[in-house]
Ligand binder design. Sequence first.
Ligand code: SAM
Length: 228
Amino acid sequence: MAHTLYIVATPIGNMEDITYRAVRTLKEVPLVLAEDTRHTRILFDHFGISTPMEAYHDFNKEAVTPKYVSYLKEQGDIALVSDAGTPGIADPAFNLVRECVREGIDVRAVPGPCAMVTALVSSGMPTDHFAFQYFSPKKSAQRIHLLEKLKDEEATQIFYASPHNVDKFVAEIQTVFGDIKVALMRELTKKFEEHLIGTPAEILAHFKSHPPKGEFVLIFNPKDKSGL
Ligand code: SAM
């Protein structure tokens, strides 16, 4: 009889942001797949979880997926976690989930934190229609090309952004869209959480005295519908 794959969301910074069901699931399953077992060990130690763990990450996901599909068919349940937030959102999960769905194996999400949703709902940007654009591209030409394509979009746009090029990205938004409002949500749920909400020029002025550090979600509405 096939068992269940649980997709378990974990904190994006604040250890209190985990559900009772997530902790119980991680304790009860016979096997946890983790993006980085050393990283997840910290979470396990914090919540007294001692379930055996194996690695499931971007570099082995294709090779090991069949093994875990067989495990789910023949041996027991599996819980999958990533380093932070919801597996499958800019994190490995998709390959295993797709194979399980193809094979008729139950997949259940244990919902919880996700940086893009956390950022969106506190940004003041319209939440009725939005698009997640994954990580902002690494190269400037690719970022500008993408921004040009988004010019006629009505939906709020959400990017995961890197501290190494977020300032350049903000400047490129200014070049393509002018003085629209941008929400740059930094270190969400952590001690130094910060919401930089303003025009690109205002954000770039802030960066002059506070160079970008930490984790960022960048949000804007191409039609500047926020009314901010
Ligand atoms: N699966 C995760 C989720 O549910 O949000 C996303 C993982 S992705 C590999 C990591 C990126 O998410 C970071 O580079 C950053 O852009 C964003 N992120 C994760 N945690 C964050 C936080 N606490 N504050 C701001 N951005 C965060």
